[in-house]
Each structure stands twice: as C-alpha cells, then as structure tokens.
Design a protein around this ligand. Structure first.
Ligand code: DLL
Length: 432
C-alpha cells in the first residue's frame, strides 16, 4: 500500500474533493473581494461579483491573474491579510530586478508544509528517514518548503542548502541520508561526483525528490541507475506556495495536484478558453485555502496536460504531466528563473549594444549559460588584456543580476547573425 501523509484527503472520492473545492472557492472569492481592492477592481471590470460564484463551474467567469499583475501590484497590492498577520515572505527572480514577493501567514506555511510532507510520504518517507535537503534555503521556496515537509513527516532533516558538494557527500555518507531533495541537474552532478570518488557503497539513498526545472525521462533513468534510487518529480511555483503544488507517487506517471488546496485548469494560452482534461495547454491555478496571498486563476505559463485516469497508488487527485515548456520567454537554468530581459538590462547598463545571444546547454546533466556579446568597434580595437577584463566584469554584473554564473564571450562587431523578423536571442540546446 502506498504511504500517505493525509490518507483521508489524498484518497478522498472525486465527489468529496469537488465539495471541498466548491465550498472553499466561494469563501475565497468573498475573502479577496472584501480584502483586496486590486481583485475587486479586476472582478468589477469583468462584471462579476461574489454572488456569481457558487461552485467550481463558475470559475471561468473570473478574470485571470498574470505575472504582470504581480509586478503592477508589487509589493503589497495583492495582500489579502494585514501585514502583521504574515510571518514569512519568499521570492523568485523576475524581470529587471522586480521580484515576485509572496506572503504567508502561519496557516499558509502549515498547509504548504503539509503538501511537501505528502510528497515525501509518496516516495516512501517515514520518521525513520534521513532527509537531505539540497535545494537552496533563503528566498527560494525549495529549501524551506521541503524542510518543513520533512519535519512534519518526522524525518531527521539535514538542511544542507545548495553547493559545497564535498560537504554534501560527507554528510550523506556519515549521516546515512536516505532521501535527497534537490534539482535534477544537481542530483546528476552529485551522482557523478559519487562515482568519481568511489563512494557508491557508502551511500544509503533510496529516493530523490527532484523539481524546480524541467527534466526528461532519460535523465530520470540516468539518475536512478547511477544513484541506485527511485527518482520522483515535484512541481510548484512561488506564487502558488512553492514546491508541493503537485508531486509524483510510486506510479511515476505524472504529479498529483493537491486539489484540496489548488484548483487546476488548462487553458488555450492564446484565447484563454478552458480546455478539457487530456488536452495540452497552459496550466492555471486557483488557491482556495491560502490566506495571505491567494492567487485566483493564476496563469503559470507552464504548458502541460491534466489526467483523471485512476492511479494505482490510490490517490484520487488529478495528475499533471511534466511541464512541456513555457508560453513566455522565461528560461529555467539550474533551477533559477532567468529572463532574457535581465541579461539585456545588464549589457545595456554596461554600455554594450543590444546585439547579443544567450546560449543554454546541458553538459554532463548540468545546465550551462553563455552570453555572446558583440563589441563596439571602439572596444574591438582595445588590447586583449582589456577585453578579458571587460568579460570578467560582465560575468560579475550578470551574477549579481541573475544569481548564477554565466560565461561571457565578447565577439567581433557584426558577428552575431541578424535575423529577418524577431531577433533570435536565445539558443536553447537542451534536449528535454
Ligand atoms: O521552482 C518551486 C520548486 C522548488 C518546485 C523546488 C519544485 C522543487 P519558482 O522558482 O517560482 O518555484 O519557479 C517556478 O519552475 O512555473 C515551472 O516553470 C518550473 N518548475 C517547477 N517545478 C518543475 C518541475 C519553484 N518539476 C517555475 N518540472 C514553474 C519542470 C518545473 N518545471
């Protein structure tokens, strides 16, 4: 039998789930109408009032919320509780310095951690496990979310955060980590390091919970074989809470959305029309239990498919496929959200022309980012030493903006191909 954290919820009948959703949605819409002028205005513009929302069937009457709304309302415009009731913020990178800032009450943190606890139990986690969390801690939701879930399950939690691979491996071997939580690319890197150092026999891992970026089935098999574990997917986004919006079970065929907290819809990204289950489209979420930052019909930009086929694990909540890409230009590199416009801002601020190309690749299962920048004729005539200095300085500026390393190569004027229509700014060579 599957290992559940909240069996009565995770295996509830579809009718029961629907009942919870209907009741909570009605309450939530009243909550935002009375507490968030930004929502009320959007609803009024669409001619909807809380009285029009009686069940999930009425969801489609409500306006969508997008990242642009979040930017416009930054930082407090979508807050639905007094700031004094909030106990935490988490954040994610956004365009040109303006970040998405999400607020949580203690109740919101509790529910989020429950979702992460469900994900840990779904991979077989119990209080006897040693849960090694190598997602970043801090503003990023990965570390704090899985950390909280691990506590709830009662695992011995290792709050490792990311980086310092030697220390990760030392703790993993000395303390016998059994579950590892990190990005899939870091898992692949750890697997390689373990093989290089001949530590295979000292590793006690049985399962991994990997998400925050796209990864393929091939990569799953590679990690499973190298680490001799089962590798599970986990999905989420800061706006909706963080990791654990959905998670994989032993069937490893898609991620169960925690439908008692989030209503999932699939829409046509061009028309906004709601599409039937089984159709590929943009994933939209409505938070029905969150207090402080309850996103209503939030467009994730992630493209995927929902499926209500019976799952052998016994869970009844709808499953989403792995995201198959995004409907905007956001890149996810090593789990970090990167917008080409952030790179452009740095280049322009540093006095470079906007002739650049971003090359993303995956080498040895790890993402790489390279920025090719055309020099002006004046820079081009400078000495090689000066050019190397300029590259170094751009690397530092980009690191400050993006939070990750980008290799920079200054190239001769007019060497980046000009295209007819839209400039080809991004070359993503990753095969996912
Ligand atoms: O990445 C939350 C998270 C942390 C999820 C740890 C899983 C594990 P953000 O930084 O706000 O939040 O980025 C959200 O990342 O819209 C997707 O495009 C992408 N993403 C998240 N999980 C997956 C996944 C966290 N399993 C954005 N597969 C989302 C593919 C994913 N893409």
């Amino acid at each position: 039998m599957s290992n559940y954290y909240q069996p009565e919820i995770e295996t509830a009948s579809p009718e029961q789930i629907r009942e919870w959703q209907n009741e909570r949605l009605v309450k939530q819409i009243r909550h935002v109408w009375y507490n968030v002028p930004y929502y009320r205005k959007k609803m009024e513009e669409k001619g909807v009032t809380p009285d029009d929302i009686k069940s999930v069937d009425d969801l489609k009457k409500l306006p969508f919320l997008t990242k642009d709304d979040l930017r416009e309302a930054y930082p407090y415009g979508l807050l639905a509780k007094p700031l004094s009731d909030c106990v935490r913020i988490q954040s994610t990178s956004g365009t040109t310095g303006k970040r998405v800032v999400a607020f949580y009450t203690q109740h919101d943190i509790d529910l989020w951690e429950d979702c992460c606890a469900r994900a840990i139990c779904a991979v077989g986690g119990t209080k006897d496990d040693v849960c090694h969390v190598s997602y970043g801690y801090g503003l990023f939701t990965g570390g704090p979310g899985l950390n909280g879930g691990s506590h709830k399950v009662g695992c011995l939690t290792l709050p490792m955060s990311s980086g310092n691979t030697d220390r990760q491996l030392q703790f993993m071997t000395d303390l016998g980590s059994t579950i590892i939580c990190c990005t899939p690319s870091y898992a692949a890197y750890l697997a390689e390091s373990i093989h290089e150092q001949g530590l295979q026999d000292k590793i006690k891992l049985k399962a991994g919970i990997f998400g925050a970026e796209a990864w393929s089935e091939d990569m799953r098999h590679d990690i499973e074989n190298k680490l001799n574990i089962k590798a599970y997917d986990i999905y989420g986004l800061t706006e909706i809470s963080g990791p654990g919006v959905s998670f994989e079970c032993e069937a490893q065929t898609g991620m169960h959305v925690n439908e008692d907290h989030f209503i999932a819809e699939i829409i046509d990204p061009d028309t906004g029309e709601v599409l039937p289950d089984g159709t590929k489209g943009e994933l939209v979420f409505t938070c029905i239990t969150k207090e402080a930052f309850p996103m209503i019909r939030y467009r994730t930009r992630d493209i995927c498919v929902l499926s209500r086929e019976k799952c052998p694990c016994g869970r009844t909540h709808v499953k989403m496929s792995k995201p198959m890409g995004r409907s905007d230009d956001m890149l996810i590199i090593k789990g970090v959200n990167v917008f080409p416009s952030q790179i452009e801002t740095v280049l322009i601020q540093q006095g470079y022309p906007a002739n650049y190309q971003i090359v993303v690749d995956r080498v040895n299962n790890s993402d790489t980012l390279e920025v090719l920048v055309e020099m002006t004729p004046e820079i081009f005539s400078d000495s090689l030493g000066k050019i190397t200095e300029m590259e170094k300085s751009l690397v530092a500026e980009l690191k400050a903006m993006l939070g990750i390393y980008a290799k920079v190569k200054l190239v001769a004027p007019k060497t980046i191909a000009r295209s007819e229509g839209k400039a080809v700014r991004v070359i993503d060579k990753r095969k996912i």
